[in-house]
Design a protein around this ligand. Structure first.
Ligand SMILES: Cc1ncc(COP(=O)(O)O)c(C=O)c1O
Length: 449
């Protein structure tokens, strides 16, 4: 007889063999054979259940820019949970949602002054794409429905995000995706860019690929172009000098919206609140997530320019202007976390800190040049990537081996995408810890040779 769920609920000891959790973006079988468990964190470190310290070289998943378990952020979340657990933001509101939106808008460049909240980067991208198409509808250009992404782009895992995204494995299993999407070429060339610190000199002309796409489809059919200013998940590709400016100019020439996906570049990663500021290019929308709460509570969002918001503020004033939103958009816990996180960024000058540390970080990571199998190293802001040569017939095996050895043998968290190792530490990392990351990486790279 199968036991009823109410009987199961009363059962105290449910056996846990790790099987039930289908882990996201993980080699489940390999993980469950040799787990990499984390049970607590503080500042720059994770700790395993056995209390072994692991230096966080990745800010979790490009999230914890303020460092882990910061007292003021923890207290703000605790206090919020006790004061207001949930309030709907459909037709009602709670004060902190408006306060966070104002603070984020104030940080954004130009007239990017309205914020639509989501709970993740994927939702932020799908929201931005929907706003782009709806905006063209409300401004009387309903023919503009096409969306243009870029090869090697990562925009999360919603159907919109994988459609404009350009990472083959994230697309090929999932059917025909959205209609009317095209992709510009990516911006990486090892031949012209290897071992560059910051933005490579070569490659601005690749923005002209948008002109090719416009010539094919006609501008009157294109709503928006979406790019990560710095492509992160594909293995860290800083934009060539002048590339984003050229993209902006081409979009302007054709009346196409430009969306920057700043889910990982936002909130200090590149030494400014947003990459848009670092590069002096104002897009029409910016998507963000992760660093907005330093990863503590899920939150994402889309910053839009005033003109876009205003275009929707038409018709009877009791009509909903945009039929879109999530139950948890601007959840009270996320808002409390965001406000406390923004305070930490301000009070500790963490965006400037990332900028000051950039050359020290770049030197440390580039010191790995010359080690076995190192084909290229790229750094920008507090981001670094090392491309390792793939083993014959086993693409990704060396990268996975490196991830495991870093965690188990060196006490370092790195990210591997294929055979590229990516590093993105919390912005509170010290100079000594930067040295430690480079030393540990050096030993790992030798160990997987
Ligand atoms: C540029 C970019 N966009 C979107 C996403 C998706 O964010 P999420 O995993 O919160 O849905 C990510 C995640 O890494 C990202 O790097």
């Amino acid at each position: 007889m199968p036991s009823s769920s109410s009987a199961v609920l009363k059962q105290i000891d449910i056996p846990n063999d790790l099987e039930a959790f289908w882990m996201p973006f993980t080699a489940n079988r390999a993980f469950k054979q040799r787990p990499r468990m984390i049970s607590r964190a503080k500042d720059m470190h994770y700790y395993t259940p056995e209390n072994r310290a692991v230096l966080d070289g990745t800010a979790g998943l490009w999230c914890t820019n303020a460092g882990h378990n910061r007292d003021s952020i923890v207290s703000a979340i605790q206090a919020q949970a006790a004061e207001l657990d949930f309030a709907p933001n459909f037709q009602f509101g709670h004060p902190k949602a408006f306060a966070v939106a104002s603070r984020i808008a104030a940080l954004a460049p130009g007239d990017l002054d309205h914020v639509f909240f989501t709970n993740s980067g994927s939702e932020a991208i799908d929201t931005a794409l929907k706003i782009a198409i709806a905006y063209n509808n409300v401004r009387g250009q309903a023919g503009r429905q096409r969306l243009i992404g870029r090869e090697r782009g990562y925009h999360g895992v919603g159907f919109g995000g994988i459609s404009v995204g350009g990472i083959v494995s994230n697309r090929k299993y999932f059917g025909s995706l959205l209609n009317g999407v095209d992709h510009m070429s990516h911006t990486y060339s090892r031949e012209h860019q290897a071992f560059t610190k910051g933005e490579p000199d070569w490659g601005a002309h690749l923005a002209d690929d948008l002109d090719r796409i416009v010539a094919l489809h006609d501008a009157s059919t294109i709503a928006a172009v979406v790019v990560e200013p710095m492509a992160g998940s594909t293995g860290v590709l800083p934009p060539p000098k002048g590339y984003l400016q050229r993209l902006r100019a081409i979009c302007d020439k054709h009346g196409i919206l430009l969306i920057f996906d700043e889910v990982i570049s936002g909130f200090g990663r590149l030494g400014a609140a947003f990459a848009a500021e670092r590069y002096g290019v104002i897009p029409d929308m910016i998507t963000f997530a992760k660093g907005v709460t330093s990863g503590t509570v899920p939150m994402g969002g889309v910053l839009v320019r005033k003109g876009i918001y205003d275009a929707f503020m038409n018709g009877p004033d009791r009509m909903i202007e945009l039929f879109h939103g999530y139950t948890y958009s601007a959840h009270p816990l996320a808002c409390a976390a965001a406000l406390a996180t923004l305070d930490v960024y301000r009070d500790e000058g963490l965006f400037e800190r990332a900028k000051t540390l950039e050359p020290i970080w770049a030197d440390a990571i580039h010191s790995l040049k010359g080690l076995p199998n190192v084909l290229d190293i790229r750094t920008v802001g507090l981001v670094g990537a090392v491309d390792l040569a793939s083993k014959p017939d086993a693409v990704g095996a060396r990268g996975y081996d490196a991830l495991e050895r870093a965690f188990h043998d060196e006490g370092l968290m790195v990210r591997s995408t294929g055979d590229t190792l990516a590093l993105t530490p919390p912005l509170v990392i010290t100079e000594d810890q930067i040295g430690e990351v480079a030393e540990k990486m050096g030993r790992v790279i030798k160990a997987v040779a």
